[in-house]
Structures are given as structure tokens and as C-alpha cells.
Design a protein around this ligand. Structure first.
Ligand SMILES: [Zn+2]
Length: 378
């Protein structure tokens, strides 16, 4: 087993900050840029890991907060860790639980020590501290684990976000001390809300810690999408070039393309499986509602250029029928397609960067969005 983590940059775009690279982990490599599907409860909803592997996914996520509440990290560790528990032998990442504590829980109290909240499952009081988050993630056993941070809401006052960033930095130092496994890489998270000065200060101080990877967090929390690009452009250049950069919670075509142009390597988002559960297919930059009558007698493939199992075998009419009948297979077939679609989108960008065609081939996504594009596009 390879115990060290390494990021190799293979090619840089000559017009943007985009780069193609390889991130090596103990469970294999991740070719970047790459979209990572989210398996909240150690399952990417409705997909077996064999189906997931066929989508081209190389690294997937699981959520520490959800797994701590159910089934508990002790059970996952008892199974031999997340990889064995869910039968996925490729790279995995767990988040710190911070984002869910701040977005889902009835927050009780944030102190210097950590966060105390009421479990939405059974009402019991849970305390999550930097040390506890790392202990849980050490027990879960993913290849990449994330520092415990505060994700400030949007909007929030500069003074609040500044104090929160300082505390997140002190929490990071405690995470580094608490982390015990050399076969797991601990990534730090740049916070700072929509304040570019705070983002830059956080990025510069994190860069000095020489961590194996860096994330930009606290975006996609309700701020206008164009701010995400500004945050990436202000932050990514301050992070070490020889380490992977991960933009948390972003997975739309335009935002990924623009963040890649700003120098980001990894992405995650629940939208491909969430859309699938709503009967929505992501097709070449558009969202299609398969319930629509226009698909009832359409016997063509969802996307005949897509290599996925769904597009290679089934018609739009069949998918429309399954969605209208609320058949479980609808959600599996649409998840297979949607995950494949987003992974392929980042793979195509990767190939374009390797041959220095990214800025021209993906100009559609890099140019400012026309206002008419706001409806129906992803
Ligand atoms: Zn497909």
C-alpha cells in the first residue's frame, strides 16, 4: 500500500489557470480535473458500486455527520472501514461534518471548543469538536479527510466572518494535532464568506502549513453564483501549486468550468443523483424533465453520444414511462446517466487541457452567461 500522497501537474492551460494532474492516494489515482459523486450515507443513492465504477468516477465522498448519526463510525470501523463496508476499493473522501452541523442542525452553540447541537434523529445532544471530527474520520478510514471548520451563513457581517475564520484556523491546528493515520491525507479548508480579503488571508496562512491538499469551502450557500468564480480567482493562486485544490459543493457545468479555469482540480455535488430522483436528466448542459409529454413516444436514446448503460440501452420513452410510474429503476437509470455526464464533462475538460484546447473548446462555459441561459441550463 502506498502511504504517501502526491499530486503531479501534467499540463497547464496557456490562457487560463487550468491544469491537468494526477492525485495519488493509497486506493489508487484520481486524474484531475474530476467530478466526485456524493455517497452521503456510504452509498451514492440508487447505485451499486459496480454501476458507480462504470460511470468513470474515480473518487467519491461520504458524509461524516450522517455516518456518525447512523450507523455510527464504530460499526463502519468494525466492518474494516468505509471501503470494505460499502465495497468500493477506489479513493474516498469524508467531509468533517462541519457543513451539515451548520446547515442542517438546530444549532445550539458555537464555542472555542467546538459545536454543540441536537441530533435530528433522536434529539440527543451531540458535541462535535475538531478532535472528535478527526477521530470519527480516522475511524471511517477514507483516503482524504477534511478539517473541521465553521461554514458561515450567507449573508454574514465581515466582523463575524473574520472572527469565524480565525477560529477555523485554530480548529485546523487542533485537527492536525489530533490526526493519527498516515494513510489518510488531511486537507485544510479556506473559508472567508464572500469577503475576498478574508479569503486571501485564510489561503495564505493555510498554505504555510504545507498540508497534502486544500479545499475552498463555504460557497454554494446562497450567494450569487458569479461570486464563486471571484472567490476561486482570489484564492486558488495563493494555494501551493504542487497540491490538489478542491472546491466543495460545486457541480454545475458553468461553475465547474470557470473554477477549473481558476485552477481548481476536484469538485463534488449532490445534483446528479438529486436531479435523478426528481426525474431530471442532465444532457449536454441542459436539464430535461423526463415526465414531459414530449418524451412519451420518443424512442431515441437520452443522449446518443453518451457511453453510459442508460443511453446505450434505453429510450427516452421508456425513461418517461418509468418516471411517470414512479418506478425505482427510473432513479437508478437517471443517476447512472447524470453521474456519467458530470464525470465525463470534467474528463473532457481534462483532455482539452492536456492538448491546450480548453479555452477554445469550453468557451461556451467560460464566456459571461447570457441572461437567457439562466433558465433550463445547469
Ligand atoms: Zn448517458
Amino acid at each position: 500500500m502506498v502511504l504517501s500522497f502526491k499530486f503531479e501537474c501534467q499540463a497547464c492551460c496557456s490562457h487560463t489557470q487550468a491544469r491537468a494532474g494526477v492525485f495519488y492516494t493509497p486506493h489508487g489515482l484520481v486524474e484531475t480535473p474530476r467530478f466526485m459523486p456524493v455517497g452521503t450515507l456510504a452509498t451514492v443513492k440508487t447505485l451499486t458500486t459496480a454501476q458507480l465504477q462504470a460511470t468513470g468516477a474515480q473518487m467519491i465522498l461520504a458524509n461524516t455527520y450522517h455516518l456518525h448519526l447512523q450507523p455510527g463510525e464504530g460499526i463502519v470501523a468494525g466492518a474494516g472501514g468505509l471501503h470494505k463496508f460499502m465495497v468500493w476499493d477506489k479513493p474516498m473522501l469524508t467531509d468533517s461534518g462541519g457543513f451539515q452541523v451548520f446547515s442542517l442542525s438546530k444549532l445550539r452553540k458555537i464555542t472555542e471548543e467546538g459545536v454543540t447541537f441536537r441530533s435530528p434523529r433522536d434529539g440527543r445532544i451531540i458535541e462535535l469538536t475538531p478532535e472528535r471530527s478527526i477521530q470519527i474520520q480516522n475511524a471511517l478510514g477514507a483516503d482524504v479527510i477534511m478539517a473541521f471548520d465553521e461554514c458561515p451563513p450567507y449573508p454574514a457581517e465581515w466582523q463575524y466572518v473574520a472572527a469565524s475564520c480565525d477560529r477555523t484556523y485554530r480548529w485546523l491546528e487542533r485537527c492536525i494535532k489530533a490526526h493519527e493515520r498516515k494513510d489518510q491525507a488531511l486537507f485544510g479548508i479556506v473559508q472567508g464568506g464572500v469577503y475576498l480579503d478574508l479569503r486571501q488571508k485564510a489561503a495564505a496562512s493555510l498554505a504555510e502549513l504545507d498540508l497534502p491538499g486544500y479545499a475552498i469551502g463555504g460557497v454554494s450557500v446562497g450567494e450569487p453564483p458569479e461570486l464563486i468564480e471571484k472567490i476561486v480567482k482570489a484564492t486558488a493562486p495563493l494555494l501551493p501549486r504542487e497540491k490538489p485544490r478542491y472546491l466543495m459543493g460545486v457541480g454545475t457545468y458553468r461553475e465547474m468550468a470557470r473554477a477549473i479555469a481558476g485552477g481548481v482540480d476536484l469538485f463534488d455535488c449532490v445534483i446528479p443523483t438529486r436531479f435523478a430522483r426528481h426525474g431530471t436528466a442532465m444532457v449536454q448542459g441542459e436539464r430535461w424533465n423526463l415526465k414531459n409529454a414530449q418524451f412519451r413516444e420518443d424512442f431515441t436514446a437520452l443522449d446518443d453520444s453518451c457511453p453510459c448503460y442508460t443511453c446505450q440501452n434505453f429510450s427516452r420513452a421508456y425513461l418517461c414511462h418509468l418516471v411517470r410510474s414512479r418506478e425505482i429503476l427510473a432513479y437508478t437509470l437517471l443517476s447512472i446517466h447524470n453521474v456519467t455526464e458530470l464525470v465525463r464533462f470534467t474528463q473532457r475538460i481534462r483532455e482539452a487541457i492536456l492538448s491546450d484546447r480548453f479555452a477554445t473548446e469550453f468557451a461556451r462555459w467560460l464566456d459571461p452567461a447570457p441572461s437567457s441561459d439562466a433558465i433550463g441550463s445547469c
